[in-house]
Design a protein around this ligand. Sequence first.
Ligand code: UT7
Length: 325
Amino acid sequence: MTLYSRITGTGSFLPPRRLTNADLAAELASKGVETSDEWIVERTGIKARHFAAPDVSSSDLAVEAARHAMDAAGLKPSDIDLIIVATSTPDMVFPSAACIVQHKLGIAGCPAFDVQAVCSGFVYALTVADAMIKTGTARKALVIGAEVFSRILDFSDRTTCVLFGDGAGAVVLEASTTPGILSSDLHADGKHVDILCVPGHVSGGQAQGNPLLKMDGPAVFKLAVGVLESSARAVLAKANLLDTDIDWLIPHQANIRIMQSTAKKLKLPLEKLIVTVDEHGNTSAASIPLALDVAVRSGKVKKGDTVMLEGVGGGFTWGAVLLNY
Ligand code: UT7
């Protein structure tokens, strides 16, 4: 019998501290950094973001999102036999956030590891979990995207610090006799490493180099628009489907203009585009599962819908997953 994988539950968690653009602009003004609600909304579509308290880590956010996903799937932590966390802001250099999540969930023994593909992390992690389920290595996986990007922002750089937020999203992916994940398409091109990176690293007992995010926004924008269309077309072709078969497009939530441009290229009406960037900002690897959970819980995404997930970000990495929800 052919084995497939299927999402059986979604969950998400946002830290309670919510900052509107006006709140952030006021905080930045006190440091001599000038920005405005008008600029942020017009250029990005972002109206607010959430920031975690200083003692809250990615694994804390991940555990909350995972618990919601397991509740939705009707599972207990002891049912889980694989944990993958997509994150670029793990609690420690090592061990992985996934091992810490496993321990906080009160379980032990199952494989647990992180996937580091920045904002494409969730589509990478979902593809890995799908492959492990299809080959019989796991049956009930937790696939999580969790980030505290507020920790790596340079609050003196207005071109980046207004864009990102913290949060986590999770899915339970289970073995199934009917197809859930239909196709995946993953890519990377390391020659673009410099356009979006945190160049610092730990060495000799201290942080070496700049430990804060730097991005050439316009360069990332230009690359993102092109690769998102090609990846969308690739997963459709692999699944023998057409763009008219897509019920919902859930792209990485970085900039409303990039998301709308992809929808337009796929000739999708904007009502089929799930948008949470307005309320979450860019939460990197967490943005897609967060948006999926919002779409499921609001009643938009229903059982049987064809959903396209798309990620793009640092690396440069990009990819898509097409699924039957
Ligand atoms: O998550 C990974 C993927 N990341 C992305 O997809 C991000 C992709 N890039 C973008 O979303 C956009 O490029 C940005 C939102 C980052 C920037 O938008 P843009 O339309 O490309 O603006 P720009 O960088 O060309 O800047 C336009 C102007 C500049 O002023 P001058 O030089 O024209 O006088 C900036 O200094 O806007 C200025 N500016 C700001 N003004 C007020 C830049 N940031 C701000 C700010 N507030 N926060």
